[in-house]
Design a protein around this ligand. Structure first.
Ligand SMILES: C[S@@+](CC[C@H](N)C(=O)[O-])C[C@H]1O[C@@H](n2cnc3c(N)ncnc32)[C@H](O)[C@@H]1O
Length: 298
């Protein structure tokens, strides 16, 4: 069981947590947001919390001036022997959004680092082939942008039009060509079924299914009921040379062990399986668990 945290994301810091809140730095701004898990005491002095540019208390209260959207950069590692000129990072647009969100889940940076390793370790590029990746429940597209920037062709699926619009803004902010990403506004499970019928194959699949969600048709998604079927369908979409499958889950009643067991049963391919809790590490070293993940790689 792994307690996973990102290694290098200079634009984000978890400064402190406690009394039901997190204090974070997102690029130029300090934000204080509720986190019901933080049932312990603050470690930093109140004066540090008072420096927050915005606080979420049922809605955002901006105390300084926050220019929106503002860019958050995630650096990309260079492949051995590769010389890149100019800046080599992705840019994600952050906003003070509804339900205390910023459009970016910072803890996902640990998954972005893992995905980068999987993609950069591949022999595909040497063969001048492009990895085909499927990102389900892709939200504002952080992982989609990362993978497209690394040279993959990404199919991004989400049931929310505003989320896809934001993700497309991220595509433009990163100067990615139109044909680097296929945008699909649809129910993830339905889209996967259609891809199975069409005989589509993917070299890597990632997904972040919510505990509850709504398809554009209004159909309700329930993790415990719908996820096992979706995972089984996704494993059939993996190509012979597939490199990875990654599942992330927030706020479900499932444990990382349940995810590991399900992956063991579903993935018939050889490779490495691992699972654990996706965490944020605050500057003092204290961890916050944000969700669970399970991943397979060849
Ligand atoms: C937790 S967010 C994903 C966060 C993302 N992995 C990231 O790091 O930026 C869940 C997303 O699932 C989408 N969603 C909910 N139900 C869906 C469904 N049935 N089909 C497709 N997308 C759905 C929501 O619109 C939302 O964007």
């Amino acid at each position: 069981m792994i307690l996973e945290t990102f290694k290098h994301f200079p634009d984000f810091e978890l400064l402190d947590s406690g009394n039901g809140y997190r204090l974070e730095r997102w690029g130029a701004y300090r934000l204080a947001r509720p986190d019901p898990q933080a049932i312990w005491e603050h470690q930093l002095a109140d004066a540090e919390w008072k420096k927050a540019d915005a606080i979420f208390n049922s809605k955002w209260q901006v105390k300084t001036s926050v220019s929106q959207p503002w860019p958050i950069r995630f650096p990309l590692p260079l492949k051995a022997g590769e010389a890149k000129t100019g800046e080599w990072s992705i840019k994600l647009l952050a906003r003070l959004s509804t339900f205390k969100h910023t459009g970016i889940f910072a803890e996902q940076a640990a998954n972005w680092e893992w995905l980068t390793e999987q993609v950069q370790n591949t022999e595909f590029k040497a063969q001048k082939e492009q990895l085909k990746i499927l990102n389900l429940f892709g939200y504002t597209g952080a992982a989609t942008i990362l993978l497209a920037k690394l040279g993959c062709f990404v199919t991004h699926v989400d049931a929310s039009k505003p989320a896809i619009t934001w993700a497309k803004e991220n595509q433009i902010a990163n100067n990615l060509p139109n044909d680097s990403i296929r945008w699909i506004l649809d129910d993830a499970a339905k889209f996967v079924k259609r891809e199975l019928k069409r005989g589509a194959k993917y070299d890597g699949i990632l997904m972040d299914p919510p505990a509850f969600g709504h398809a554009p048709s209004g159909r309700t998604w329930k993790f415990a009921e719908d996820f096992p079927r979706l995972l089984a369908d996704c494993t059939e979409l993996l190509s012979t040379n597939a490199k990875f499958l990654l599942v992330n889950a927030y706020a479900t009643n499932s444990s990382a062990i349940a995810l590991q067991n399900l992956l063991e049963d579903s993935i018939k391919k050889t490779g490495t399986l691992e699972s654990g809790e996706l965490c944020l590490k605050q500057n003092s070293g204290r961890l916050i668990s944000t969700g669970i993940f399970g991943r397979w790689s060849k």
